[in-house]
Design a protein around this ligand. Structure first.
Ligand SMILES: C[S@@+](CC[C@H](N)C(=O)[O-])C[C@H]1O[C@@H](n2cnc3c(N)ncnc32)[C@H](O)[C@@H]1O
Length: 288
């Protein structure tokens, strides 16, 4: 966070389809704003707001953002007086509940007030990695883990992003969690979040894909795009022990049948389907 003089600030606001969220986050990262927030909208779009000092406000942002994303994006530019952006930014960093048992602290570290909560506090600052806890696909996985993790379980988190699902599994009593992430930059963010929670004895971070993992898991969570889920299905089925359960998230409603067919083709059975907005999560079991 930057300085808090009383100079006016500049706010850039724009929306992109959720499919372009990661590309937009990469662009935002390169802009060195003083603060940035994202918010998922009901229509499948993600709203971004970035704050800059007047002196450092970016040149031709709409043009450069459109170029970076390969589609035209409208950018609204406004002045925000007297550091009010900081107030607005911090409002967006208020702790929020996820699932039945967790509360995410995106801003300051959980303090003594967190101990009074009847929820488990996780400290996950917004950053380069997906998995801040506010996305429906993440929340569907959290609910699955809350229902199924048992003390001593071995859990595989495929596409860990921020590490949130690995942290959830470890907090619920898993004995061993393997968190896999293909993007090295994102893996650094995950490592930082895992260190922050001192779960090194339980969670192992693997930079790579399911091909880089060995072992046998009681539970598996994979929040990836449908295409990747289908590509990885043979590995996912192989890594799950007989009787083990999986949640596959990141599936848009029209894609659910195709992913389900791919799972059946690898000998997995669909036991439940949960949805939130346009997203579906399939719950599977590997028969004994
Ligand atoms: C949608 S995010 C999910 C993050 C977090 N698990 C959550 O549920 O919020 C997907 C993550 O998977 C990573 N990823 C994409 N393909 C992958 C693959 N084949 N193997 C491992 N990770 C992958 C991406 O870099 C991204 O960080």
């Amino acid at each position: 966070m930057g300085n808090s003089s009383s100079a006016p600030w500049v706010r850039l606001s724009f929306c992109v389809p959720s499919a372009l969220m990661e590309a937009a986050l990469a662009w935002v990262e390169g802009e060195e704003s003083l603060g940035a927030e994202t918010r998922e909208l009901a229509d499948g779009e993600v709203a971004f707001q970035l704050y800059f000092s007047v002196e450092n406000s970016p040149e031709a942002p709409a043009q450069r953002l459109s170029h970076a994303l390969g589609v035209p994006v409208a950018v609204q530019i406004e002045s925000v007086a007297d550091g009010r952006w900081e107030e607005i930014y911090y409002q967006g960093l208020a702790p929020f509940p996820v699932g039945e048992r967790f509360i995410i602290y995106p801003g300051d570290a959980p303090g003594s007030e967190a101990q009074r909560e009847d929820r488990i506090a996780l400290w996950i600052p917004p950053g380069r990695a997906f998995g801040t806890g506010d996305h429906a696909t993440t929340q569907l996985c959290v609910r699955f883990l809350e229902r199924h993790v048992q003390r001593g379980n071995r859990v595989l988190d495929v596409g860990t992003g921020s590490g949130i699902l690995a942290l959830v599994a470890a907090s619920l009593g898993a004995a061993r969690v393997v968190a896999v992430e293909v993007d090295p930059e994102v893996a650094c963010v995950a490592l930082e979040n895992l260190r922050r929670h001192r779960v090194g004895a339980v969670v192992e971070l693997v930079e790579g894909t399911t091909q880089s993992v060995s072992g046998c898991f009681d539970l598996l969570a994979a929040n990836l795009r449908s295409g990747l889920l289908m590509e990885s299905m043979a590995d996912l089925a192989f890594l799950l022990r007989p009787g083990g359960m999986a949640v596959l998230s990141g599936i848009l409603i029209p894609e659910a049948n195709e992913v389900q067919t791919a799972a059946l083709g690898r000998g997995l059975e669909v036991t439940a389907q949960a949805s939130s907005g346009e997203w579906v999560a399939l719950e599977l079991v590997k028969p004994c």
